[in-house]
Design a protein around this ligand. Structure first.
Ligand code: KG4
Ligand code: ZN
Length: 355
């Protein structure tokens, strides 16, 4: 009965002028809810970050993340609706990240979204976390339209993706092992920097020289777009261990600058190569590592010389948020895709190109 009614509402939404979506994101350590109109206009964007809670453990503790999502989710939903100056009855659809991410953390958002969809009798839309990171760019860049190339650089993913339409995401290449954000966090940990390590390395890198060669013969770009970060991370670990054994002091800022340069340069060069091979003239950045200043700068400079346009989300939309989830869902609604029923489950390893 419920599903029949919401399916009818879902079909009607496609011809509605304004569509208001509430997006819920709990895949990792941010409890985030936003209200977005027509996929690009943010009416509210509330983020409760658990970073201070996880910092004392040196990383995200999945069980602790789930419990804190549970504590906060209701108040974050209430605030998002209030900040948007709306009532719950004004919401046309509820969107939720159902993968990828931490299973227990995802389940909190999925359960909250199902409850809202059922009680408000509105459609529930399932959203892929990584695709939603890419959609953060539709909010910031109102005229951005597919096709384009996306660099997805987060704590769990590193991929070069061709966005063929608002709903088609084709993975061209990416990491074979660690994600770039994971490498940033692991190197930061080796250096004794607090969690999350990425922003700390970013700050220190600005004060250092990128002159350390962790590898003797760094490889050029791989034309099959196969990237790797675990080798670089191990090379940095060896460099630090060797210095410690010889009682030599390392220059932390130089290590940060050199690691950032080596991690970022290959990614940017590979993306530029992919854009040329695929004949697309725009590259967008997505994911938490898109906040990295060297990545933003390097991509802008390299693309300028190749006449490729670059789109970068503002810092506030780089890390996990509900606005990107609502934006991604809007494009599913307008194309009649991704409506879920109340059996929706979380998928920790949802592949990037699936919803
Ligand atoms: O996308 P995100 O918020 O969560 C995942 O879905 O993974 O990304 C988090 C990752 C972490 O690894 C964090 O260290 C990294 O993004 N990060 C950065 C910066 N800000 C966040 N890495 C490098 N430089 C930064 N400024
Ligand atoms: Zn993320």
């Amino acid at each position: 009965m419920h599903q029949k009614l919401v399916s009818q509402k879902f079909n009607r939404l496609q011809s509605q002028d304004d569509i208001i979506v509430l997006g819920i994101e709990t895949s990792c350590d941010e409890t985030a809810v936003a209200v977005v109109k027509n996929g690009r206009q943010v009416l509210s964007n509330v983020i409760y970050s658990q970073i201070p809670i996880h910092r004392k453990f040196g990383g995200v503790v999945p069980e602790v993340a789930s419990r804190n999502h549970l504590l906060k989710i209701n108040s974050v939903v209430d605030k998002a609706v209030k900040d948007a100056k709306l009532k719950l009855s004004d919401i046309d659809a509820v969107a939720v990240t159902h993968g990828q991410g931490l299973l227990g953390a995802l389940l909190v958002g999925v359960s909250a979204a199902k409850t809202l969809a059922y009680s408000l009798q509105i459609p529930l839309i399932k959203v892929n976390h990584i695709q939603s990171h890419i959609c953060a760019n539709f909010i910031e860049h109102q005229n951005l339209e597919p096709p384009f190339l996306a660099i997805v650089a987060s704590g769990g993913h590193t991929a070069i993706v061709k966005v063929e339409s608002y709903t088609d995401y084709k993975v061209l290449g990416g990491t074979e092992d660690d994600a770039i954000g994971e490498a940033f966090d692991k190197v930061a940990r080796l250096l004794g920097l607090p969690y999350p390590g990425g922003p700390e390395i970013d700050k220190l890198a600005k004060m250092g020289k990128p002159a350390i060669e962790f590898y003797k013969n760094p490889k050029g770009i791989n034309k099959a777009l196969r990237l790797s970060y675990s080798g670089l991370k191990s090379a940095v670990a060896n460099y630090i261990n060797k210095a410690n054994m010889k009682n030599e002091k390392i220059n932390v800022a130089d290590v940060c600058a050199s690691f950032s340069k080596q991690a970022v340069d290959t990614l940017v060069k590979s993306a530029v190569f992919a854009a040329k091979s695929e004949d697309v003239n725009s590259i967008v950045l997505a994911g938490g590592v898109a906040a990295n200043s060297y990545l933003r700068e390097k991509l802008t400079i390299d693309c300028a010389t190749q006449n490729i346009m670059v789109f970068i989300p503002p810092m506030s939309l780089c890390t996990d948020n509900g606005a990107m989830v609502a934006s991604r869902a809007y494009f599913s609604i307008t194309t009649g895709n991704d409506i879920a029923d109340l059996t929706l489950n979380a998928r920790a390893n949802l592949p990037l190109s699936e919803t």
